[in-house]
Design a binder for this molecule. Structure first.
Ligand SMILES: NC(=O)c1ccc[n+]([C@@H]2O[C@H](COP(=O)([O-])OP(=O)(O)OC[C@H]3O[C@@H](n4cnc5c(N)ncnc54)[C@H](O)[C@@H]3O)[C@@H](O)[C@H]2O)c1
Length: 315
């Protein structure tokens, strides 16, 4: 009999990519989502193969319903975006902290074997040395980063206090198919691809010298599957990234080159809460779960552009 797994936030960008891979591997997949930022279109073509529990992470009752009978929980549901959290820290924190706590409590109560939870590189904040290692002290700046750190610490706490197997994965700037270009808080890669393809200027906050470890989504999906399986992973926190560092300016130029289009830039002031630099050391993930980023920055961009140019969108 195949195992039952739950993907919270399974209608979102990363969640829906993970759901597809789990189905390919023969798992029975349940999704918990309230479709606040996730799109029903992201489940197009697989809706009949997935059991959807529509509900809010802030409701223990809904979360408990979703967790019943599940072997592994992949907790991807959250309100993403630093600017969103600056705008409305209360809602971001309620979903990202209380929501995670509900997932952990329900998993503990239902005897779930393992919870793999999405954390974020934003917990590192600014300052310190690069590339980031998990032994560095976190220094979160934005309300989003503070909430992700709290959620991550609850994962570690539940491993220590209740013996629940948890793994927190600190994703670094993920991009790829099914990332929503249409939301108010859309991420930089789909925004740049669509703008440059349309011959419009890209908006760069600050001078464009801020750097990110842009990570193609298939690498993150791999990391989740490995984290669910690796015996030694329980109770750990792991960086998940491509392990490189590119500036936002370079991102725009690379997309322009791949599209064969010129790039015009519009600069706006830096956004409060954004970090200047981000770059991961993925040694610990390599050692603990056997993670290896398969798809690099440029190949990932090529695949993403192909998806968007073919009209790919969950909308
Ligand atoms: N995309 C990135 O670069 C990145 C980087 C670091 C960490 N993360 C983390 O990865 C996870 C997935 O992010 P994503 O980029 O796929 O975002 P996303 O917005 O596409 O997906 C999040 C999903 O969670 C759902 N959700 C939000 N609030 C909910 C609630 N109250 N109840 C139930 N469902 C709710 C949304 O509807 C959506 O389907 C999040 O935990 C995010 O913090 C993402």
């Amino acid at each position: 009999m195949s195992r039952v797994v739950l993907v919270t936030g399974g209608a979102g960008f990363i969640g829906s990519n993970l759901v597809r891979e789990l189905l390919v591997r023969g798992d029975r997949v349940r999704v918990l989502d309230n479709f606040s930022t996730g799109l029903r279109g992201n489940l197009l073509g697989i809706a009949d193969d997935v059991e959807v529990v529509e509900g809010d992470l802030r409701s223990y009752e809904r979360v408990h319903t979703a967790v019943r009978g599940v072997e592994v929980v992949f907790h991807q549901g959250a309100l993403g975006s630093v600017p969103r959290s600056v705008q409305d820290p209360l809602t971001s924190t309620a979903v990202n902290v209380e929501g995670t706590l509900n997932v952990l409590l329900a998993a503990r109560d239902e005897g779930v074997r393992r919870v793999v939870a999405a954390s974020s590189s934003s917990v590192y904040g600014d300052g310190g040395t690069f590339p980031r290692t998990e032994s560095q002290a976190p220094n979160p700046i934005s309300p989003y980063a503070v909430a992700k750190l709290a959620a991550e610490r609850f994962c570690v706490s539940f491993a220590r206090v209740y013996g629940l197997e948890t793994v927190a994965l600190r994703y670094f700037n993920v991009f790829g198919p099914r990332q929503d270009p249409g939301s108010q808080y859309a991420a930089v890669v789909p925004l740049f691809v669509n703008a440059i393809a349309a011959g419009e200027p890209v908006t760069i906050h600050g001078d464009g010298e801020q750097s990110r470890d842009f990570t193609y989504v298939a690498n993150v999906v791999d990391a989740n599957l490995l984290a669910a399986a690796a015996a030694e992973a329980a109770g750990t926190v792991l960086n998940i990234a491509a392990g490189g560092s590119e500036t936002v300016g370079t991102l725009a130029e690379t997309i322009g080159r791949l599209l064969g289009k010129p790039v015009t830039r519009e600069h706006t002031p830096p956004r409060p809460g954004d970090v200047l630099q981000s770059w991961a050391d993925v040694t610990r993930a390599r050692e603990v779960i056997g993670y290896e980023p398969r798809i690099g920055f440029e190949e990932g961009l090529r695949l993403t552009i192909q998806y968007l140019r073919e009209g790919g969108s969950g909308r």
